[in-house]
Design a protein around this ligand. Structure first.
Ligand SMILES: C[S@@+](CC[C@H](N)C(=O)[O-])C[C@H]1O[C@@H](n2cnc3c(N)ncnc32)[C@H](O)[C@@H]1O
Length: 443
């Protein structure tokens, strides 16, 4: 197989900056669907980020070595205690508070739901800063499935005003759907105090060392959390959702839905957490959608969730690149707004979505560049690589061989789908290395 002749190359930052100053070579072809490519063509920020990642970051041997070192330290039991990670999420929530003019603390929150709550940073911040608030957390059972526990020591998480359900969020929604019921989440041990009791819902669940998840499992988790949010959020309530920042059609549909439901929608990328990851938090304030619209959106989510649920029993075929998935035609079945063509959706949402995502892309670009500057300084004397644009090199097309490392985590596609019919296999397939620092709390 032809090898990428730049692999393991460390370029000087001057080389990188020079390459970025010039127009991106037309021969640079990122792994995007036709829909996603509309965003690249419209956003120089996105294009430069893709170029920086694909041409320089992924081929930097120091980056791989750093991830490898972190994985080794975790495997040898040198990982920091859970409270260390919890405090990182507390600091992140403090950033949300400051960026939003102090709306989540000082007793302003009465009752919150925190999905994917371990290690407990967001919940603990909310309990600490709202002394009369009650909260419900949902997280995967530890150690059976989750790799990291709720870090209760020295926190408010043991208090009677906080209740944790150790459950899989996708399973909660799937079971309720099968019974024809809404996924209502009771408040504490008292059961449901009327419908839509929460004035803040956080949808912060994503895989942390539980194994790489297939693209459809990721959609399943986001749509399940959305469904719970729409069914349980009180009028004028707030919602925080963690999302990937690649402009998948399904993500743009989610953002559209949020735009239609909330007074304001903004994005936030953490200063330390999520800085290098292709992810950010979407902060939605003021749940104002009319009841009839909410029911229609819940129905639309339920339709897609029913289809996604069937993938658990019969996973779609192995698909490595975005283009493979596009060509399979599967995503069309998963549209939340099936009446909107790609063109119309892009036209209608671009002015809303681009500023949200560009903020996250620019931040990620700056952090990656800084990381490369730091790594460059440690490898300056050994680097002999000269950057050549893509047309002067042999680049192999994406293949399963590419997916055995962090590039897979970034791209989100499995090299092996789970065994057909195996419900439990969803947490065990894929690259075991994903339980390392690449998929760690800190990114
Ligand atoms: C990044 S952590 C969230 C950190 C948390 N917001 C905090 O403040 O500490 C993501 C969490 O989501 C959990 N998770 C992932 N998939 C889940 C699922 N299907 N159901 C419930 N929890 C899930 C993971 O186990 C992990 O604890």
């Amino acid at each position: 197989m032809a090898q990428r002749n730049v692999s393991a190359a460390n370029f000087s930052i001057a080389d990188i900056d020079r390459a970025l100053e010039n127009p991106i070579p037309p021969s640079f072809i990122p792994d995007l669907t036709t829909f996603e490519d509309k965003f690249r063509k419209t956003s120089p920020v996105f294009e430069k980020l893709l170029f920086l990642k694909q041409e320089f970051y992924r081929s930097n041997s120091e980056v791989d070595a750093g991830f490898e070192e972190r994985r080794r330290r975790h495997a040898e039991g040198h990982a920091p205690p859970g409270s260390y990670y919890r405090k990182g999420y507390e600091r992140l929530f403090q950033e949300f508070e400051e960026a939003n003019g102090g709306v989540f603390g000082q007793g302003k929150i009465q009752c919150f739901l925190d999905m994917g709550c371990s290690p407990g940073g967001f919940s603990n911040w909310l309990l600490e800063n709202n002394e009369n608030a009650c909260g419900v957390g949902i997280t995967l059972p530890y150690p059976q499935v989750a790799k990291h526990p709720l870090a209760v020591d020295g926190s408010h998480l043991k208090e009677s005003r906080y209740h944790v359900q150790y459950l899989d969020i996708t399973r909660i929604v799937q079971d309720k759907l099968a019974q024809g019921q809404a996924p209502l989440i009771p408040v504490g041990s008292e059961g449901l105090n009327g419908t839509r009791p929460y004035d803040l819902i956080i949808a912060g669940a994503f895989s942390i060392g539980e194994g790489n998840r297939a693209w459809w499992e990721r959609i399943h988790l986001v749509f399940s959390q959305m469904s719970i949010a729409l069914c349980n959020l009180s009028p004028e309530g707030d919602f925080i959702l963690v999302v990937n920042t690649k402009p998948f059609r399904w993500l743009i549909e989610v953002l559209r839905l949020l735009r239609l439901c909330f007074r304001t929608v903004s994005s936030h990328k953490g200063k330390e957490l999520h800085a290098i990851r292709s992810s950010c938090y979407i902060i939605c304030r003021g749940f104002i959608a009319p009841e009839a619209d909410i029911l229609a959106y819940i129905q639309s989510l339920s339709n897609v969730l029913a289809k996604l649920g069937r993938f658990v029993l019969q996973p779609p075929p192995n698909m490595i690149s975005s283009r493979d998935i596009e060509q399979s035609g599967l995503p069309v079945q998963l549209h939340l707004f099936p009446d909107l063509s790609d063109d119309i959706l892009f036209q209608e949402e671009r002015t809303f979505v681009l500023p949200l995502l560009e903020r996250a892309w620019q931040h990620q670009f700056d952090v990656i560049r800084t990381d490369l500057v730091e790594k460059g300084s440690s490898t300056r004397h050994t680097s002999s690589a000269v950057y050549r644009p893509p047309q002067q090199r042999t680049i192999r097309s994406p293949s399963a061989a590419d997916t055995s490392n962090w590039r897979q985590t970034e791209r989100s596609y499995p090299s092996q789908p789970p065994a057909s019919g195996s419900r439990g296999s969803r947490y065990s397939f894929g690259n075991p290395g994903a339980a390392d620092g690449r998929d760690s709390w800190r990114q």
